[in-house]
Design a protein around this ligand. Structure first.
Ligand code: UN1
Length: 511
């Protein structure tokens, strides 16, 4: 057995159902986790049946009754220790993430670092679940608002950040007094099992009740619409495609549940004539090619001023040429571009390239499978640079692959309009040294995205900010800033310490 798997306590066959420290028998189908690197099996996960899910949901409900009464800073102390456990396992977990989903090892480490960062953040937050006090219009009355835990938080995560999304939801949810049921992507169940193993000692040492941090690896045909329809779960946080998000949020909405949606992005970088081009090119390449274009925040469109267009395209071609020398096994130190997660993803990539050509675009670089003739499978591609127009149907869509559409603009107003003229609204960036342009871009008439950056790229957001976007991205916010408020219920309290009973608005109601 591989040493990393051993250290992460992953066996050849693993249960995918856990209530914290206890692994329950999983009676559903086997899910063989296969690495996109070489198409080889890593290990097997037994998925949950509905009955298995039911035992977890019950445990979670019981645990909530205990956990909500633990003082928030004590909940924070547990999260602090989880952060320590993650620090101690950073290399191994980063390696497994890279192995199971194909991002380069450096990015695997970065993902675990995000988990550690959000733990630190959540520890502080555990002492800052503050409400406001308000002045009452009535004499000897006091008003304030306070935040209480919600209950069970359902968490559906995607393959591309198989563990960090768990952390920035669960760590905040946990300090807020909630319990979590996590359904990981069926492409990355082992990373989820490793996380549960890493935290289990901490839970045990701190007598955290079973049912606070739950995992249910399940097929979507077993646990899908019925999961989000479960009335015992007041809040769902869902990361995935816009199509799936729309369907699931309709089910949650129909029962007036809450949801935090992190769906598709179609993120643009505007490069203006005053931009520092060296910086712009570097961050565009990282944004477009990093994680093989499989981040929600990946740079998908480049909006370039016509006066520097040729220059930017030339520089990009040179950069892509050198990055393309480093396509390969993401666990090797020099690799910059790993495989796409599946053969389907490669098909989507090739389909988009065909479509954009049909619609009038011109491929300037890449856009082909990489070294597929020498293997029995095809997971690697050469990142593509494509001259295109914003209105092309395929440019309006999110293709989860390394394709960068390059678009020309004349005026800054036009550039901003192009930035906004897509259904999605997650991340965006401008490279400029002109303050009039950057301020316009950040104003109410500027970028309509949840994230708008100046002189840094679209991907690689820090955990301290609220993460999420508008329009087809779903409107959710998670991670930092005041996102914690989504994980709590707000209560407004008015206290009368007089012996009178004055009514609000000076109303009289004598009898
Ligand atoms: C995602 O792609 O689902 O900004 C999240 C970033 C990361 C998060 C990406 N911090 O790229």
């Amino acid at each position: 057995m591989n040493e990393v798997l051993k250290r992460l306590n992953i066996d050849k066959v693993n249960s995918g159902v856990c209530t914290g420290t206890r692994w329950l028998p999983a009676n559903g189908k086997e899910n063989v986790s296969v690495s996109p690197i070489d198409n080889e099996e890593i290990a097997v996960v037994r998925t949950a049946t509905l009955k298995d899910y039911e035992s977890v949901a019950q445990k979670a409900g019981e645990a909530f009754k205990i956990w909500r009464e633990v003082p928030a800073p004590q909940r924070g102390e547990v999260v602090r220790q989880i952060g320590e456990a993650l620090r101690n396992n950073k290399q191994d977990l980063g390696y497994l993430v890279s192995w199971e989903m194909g991002k380069i090892y450096q990015e695997g480490l970065g993902e675990v670092q995000e988990m550690i960062d959000i733990c630190d953040y959540a520890v502080g937050q555990s002492r800052l679940l503050n409400g406001f006090t308000m002045h009452s219009e009535r004499k000897k009355h006091r008003m304030y608002d306070q935040y209480h835990p919600l209950g069970i938080v359902g968490l559906i995560t995607s393959f591309n950040f198989p563990v960090a999304v768990w952390a920035w939801n669960s760590m905040i949810a946990a300090v807020c007094g909630n319990v979590v049921i996590w359904k990981p992507s069926s492409k990355t169940p082992l990373a989820a099992i490793a996380v549960q193993n890493i935290i289990s000692d901490v839970l045990h040492k701190n007598d955290v009740p079973e049912g606070v941090f739950n995992l249910v690896a399940a097929q979507s045909s077993v646990l899908g619409d019925n999961f989000v329809g479960d009335k015992r779960i007041p809040l769902f946080s869902i990361t995935g495609s816009t199509a799936v998000g729309k369907r699931l949020s309709a089910i949650i909405g129909a029962r007036l549940g809450k949801s935090i949606l992190e769906l598709g992005g179609n993120n643009a970088v505007i490069v203006t004539p005053s931009a520092n081009l060296e910086m712009a090119i570097k961050s565009v390449v990282f944004g477009a090619v990093g994680t093989a274009g499989q981040r929600c925040t990946s740079t998908r469109r480049l909006i370039v001023h016509e006066s520097i267009y040729d220059q930017v395209v030339e520089k990009l071609k040179i950069a892509y040429e050198s990055v393309s020398q480093k396509i390969g096994n993401p666990l090797h130190k020099d690799t910059l571009v790993g495989p796409l997660v599946s053969e389907n993803a490669v098909e989507d990539f090739l389909h988009a390239i065909k479509q954009v050509q049909k619609q009038g675009g011109e491929v300037l670089y890449g856009g082909t499978p990489y070294d597929c003739e020498n293997r029995s499978f095809c997971h690697y591609v050469v990142p593509a640079l494509v001259e295109a127009e914003n209105h092309y149907e395929i440019v309006q869509e999110e293709t989860f692959a390394p394709i960068l559409y390059i678009i020309k603009y004349k005026t800054i107003e036009e550039a901003i309009a192009l930035n906004n003229d897509v259904p999605q609204g997650l991340s965006s960036a401008i490279f400029t040294q002109n303050m009039l342009e950057s301020e316009l871009y950040l104003s109410e008439t500027g970028s309509d995205c949840g994230i708008a950056n100046v002189n840094i790229g679209t991907s690689g957001a820090e955990i301290g900010g609220a993460f999420g976007g508008e329009k087809d991205t779903g409107g959710g916010r998670e991670s930092g800033s005041d996102s914690w408020k989504y994980y709590m219920r707000r209560q407004t309290n008015t206290i009368n310490y007089s012996t009178d009973l004055p009514l609000a608005q000076g109303l009289r109601f004598g009898f």
